[in-house]
Design a protein around this ligand. Structure first.
Ligand code: ARG
Length: 471
């Protein structure tokens, strides 16, 4: 076993003493950046291979480095690697272990590179991998929702504005609203990924390097579209993480809104949907309770995601170019936010699959609060050719009659309605039911069951296509 070195010994020369304990404590990042181990090794392999191909290091050293890195990777995979705080970060931990394994040639790996470009390359790769995972998870959530929508394309429920009864819609339509939101969320992540996908490796500390490196080669080896064009920008920029967090924040807001609806829907007073034991918890004191904790936590986790976005924006906003150690604070909050998000997406998909809407109760609730008043007004416009504003007025008076007697619209007699508008005929009863109301909303994007089915099937087909031919 080689003796443990501190990072000060790695830069040797001018450092006669080790760091103060508190210096080490504030400086160390290995506790969290060990999550970048795989990406750091990937980057080092691409770098070493390029250095050798360019004749910058000898092939024997390159070979030793490759084998050594493979061994380090195997140790990390097996969980036998010892991460050392005295070696500060993941970059130096891996290089330190490589040195223990292969000795002198390990020192050639850091030719024409700096921890600045090395660290940001690993972080970019991690964010890219994570965005790909989020995209797949979102596709699965969309699938769960679209499948629910097909089953419940005709399940009538109340539609709200101001959380007041507005007009009947269908449960499937409500699900498909979220499918659309998630579609845009995925688009935002795709856009972020496209801008992220440039390789900073080879920018070195900040100015580039005098060695004849081939940045196009390393970029390609790491799956990047191209190398970044400016070395200062390459090591200074964290906007790829900020964009991911911004898109994550919008998504977290969408998930939080659905979570809020699930909380409302599962309350005894609404009882619109049921969640099984799998997604509820009981109370230690109130035996009747079934708490929608997963939904509440999805709603709450949005706070972490927004917090991370604000946190990283604040870290970055005062930094002069190029690298500053402040930027080490880019990782924890990004990890935390994207972890919370992944959990939220999976929990939401679980709840959506688990959720059973109570069709009878939903239908009853859909008619409450005179939700078909607009249908009555529309009938007056269509059949009696009344101007809409006038029809609105007459309808309000008819609703007033029903409301004064505390009965539903369709429980009024024809004579009562005719007392407001004498030309009303018995045909009116055909439009006052909630099922007919939703059936009539056939305008593009409207809630008619035929529309909902069509939209849900369109998405299901698209999701299946994506699955067959992933990006
Ligand atoms: N652990 C550092 C980070 O993530 C790596 C870069 C350190 N560079 C430096 N010049 N100190 O930011």
């Amino acid at each position: 076993m080689v003796k443990t070195v501190s990072s000060n010994e790695m830069w040797g020369g001018r450092f006669a003493e080790g760091p103060a304990a508190v210096m080490e404590a504030i400086n160390v990042s290995i506790g969290f950046d060990k999550r970048l181990a795989q990406q750091d090794i990937q980057g080092s392999i691409a770098h070493a291979e390029m250095l050798s191909a360019q004749g910058i290091i000898d092939p024997q050293s390159a070979e030793a480095i490759m084998q050594g890195l493979a061994k380090v990777k195997a140790e990390i995979d097996a969980g036998t690697f010892t991460f050392r705080t005295e070696l500060e970060d993941i970059q130096m931990n891996i290089e330190g272990r490589l040195t223990e394994i292969i000795g002198k040639p390990a020192g050639r790996l850091h030719t024409a590179r700096s921890r600045n470009d090395q660290a940001v390359t690993g972080f970019r790769l991690w964010v890219r991998d994570t965005l790909d995972g989020i995209d797949a998870a979102l596709a699965d959530l969309q699938l769960a929702m679209a499948e629910k929508a097909v089953v419940h394309a005709g399940t009538v429920m109340p539609g709200f504005t101001h959380l007041q009864s507005a007009q009947p819609v269908t449960f499937g339509h409500h699900m498909m609203a979220y499918v659309e939101m998630l579609g845009r969320d995925r688009g935002r992540f795709r856009d972020a990924r496209a801008r992220l996908n440039e390789c900073p490796l080879g920018a070195a500390a900040l100015a580039g390097t005098s060695f004849p490196i081939d940045r196009h080669r390393t970029a390609k080896a790491l799956g990047f579209d191209r190398p970044t064009a400016n070395s200062l920008d390459s090591v200074s920029d964290r906007d790829f993480a900020l964009e991911a967090l911004a898109a994550a924040s919008i998504l977290a807001m969408h998930l939080s809104r659905l979570a809020e609806e699930i909380v409302i829907w599962t309350s005894a007073q609404f009882a619109f949907v049921k969640l099984s034991d799998k997604f509820t918890t009981g109370s230690s004191i109130m035996p009747q309770k079934r708490n929608p904790d997963a939904a509440e936590l999805v709603r709450a986790k949005s706070g972490r995601v927004y917090g991370s976005l604000m946190g990283l924006l604040t870290v970055m906003k005062g930094l002069s170019l190029a690298y500053a150690k402040d930027m080490q604070e880019d990782k924890e909050q990004t990890f935390d936010a994207l972890d919370a998000l992944a959990l939220s997406i999976a929990a939401t998909a679980g709840m959506v699959r688990d959720m059973e809407p109570d069709a009878k109760r939903l239908k009853k609730a859909a008619g409450a609060g005179y939700a078909t008043a607009t249908d009555l007004a529309d009938w007056l416009v269509r059949t009696l050719k009344m101007p809409f504003r006038e029809a609105h007025h007459a309808t309000a008076r008819i609703v007033g009659l029903a409301s004064a007697r505390n009965i539903d619209l369709e429980k009024l007699t024809l004579a009562e309605m005719q007392s407001v508008e004498p030309r009303i005929t018995a045909e009116i009863f055909g439009v006052l039911g909630v099922a007919n109301s939703v059936k009539s909303r056939v305008s593009y994007g409207g809630t008619a069951p035929v529309n909902v089915k069509k939209q849900a099937r369109r998405w299901l087909a698209q999701l299946a296509r994506e699955k067959r031919a992933p990006r």
